[in-house]
Design a protein around this ligand. Sequence first.
Ligand code: SF4
Length: 301
Amino acid sequence: MKTFALDFYKDFHCIMGDCKHSCCIGWEIDIDPETAEYYKNTPGDFGKRLCENIDFHEEGGTFCLCENERCPFLNEKGLCDIIINLGEEALSQVCDDHPRFRNFFESRTEIGIGLCCEAAAKLLIDKKSPATLEVIDDDGEETELSEEAEFFALRKKVFSALQNREKPFGDRISEILKTCSARLPEKDFSVWAKIYKKLERLDESWTDVLEKIENSPELPKDFDETSAEQLLWYFLFRHLSEAPFDGRLSERAAFAVLSFYMTEKAAEQVGIYEAARLYSSEIEYSDENIEILLDIISEEV
Ligand code: SF4
């Protein structure tokens, strides 16, 4: 089976102490059972500190967040004390993996990098050449599944439509929606902002952005088409991948387009990098928020 990754995957590096919105703040961080066991049995003063700051339970453990919801091992310089004391190999699976995500299929695995990370967002948005996937691992075993092959063929058409730089951007979006038999509900962006305001929230600065969008109902304009292409490619790549399993291809395509527009609307307030980071953290990491938006899309088209 092959493993594919974004063509810029290997260029990603955590910027650690320079990160303004560390993923070690504000999120509940779980520890897999094997790593939890290792932490529990770590000797010395650092082992004691691990035991005092982890809630161990049946499924492994969870870091007990400090004030301001910081991971207890994130030091004042923005560096990880677990890496400093025990080395990178001592990280739990979630810490080691984040912000990478995986699309699992029967016949392949695909790896992407989530935009909730500002370093990942910058890497994607600054990319000039069309995004693509490349094979990073191949165990030689082939699994041919016709349903998945159909999905990959359709997705290829969607990506080709998006990356056809000869065409105006609006036409490319229309072609993507047509290819997926999808349509966005007819709502202006002030209505969408009101809907997004009712969703689960992590950061109140997202509320401020949505309040400004409420007063700006028109389609986003004046965006850079190359970064817009990368952004929409990412949303399609990430969210269409569930379609072979839940059958919601058209809703997911519409959701990807809506996510793109909402991020560009947010970018009018806070700039494109921060808009991508905020949108991804607020929406993409909440299954509940995604489900609500998919349901609204399916009810109204
Ligand atoms: S959000 Fe990204 S750059 Fe920031 S600490 Fe996490 S992985 Fe590193």
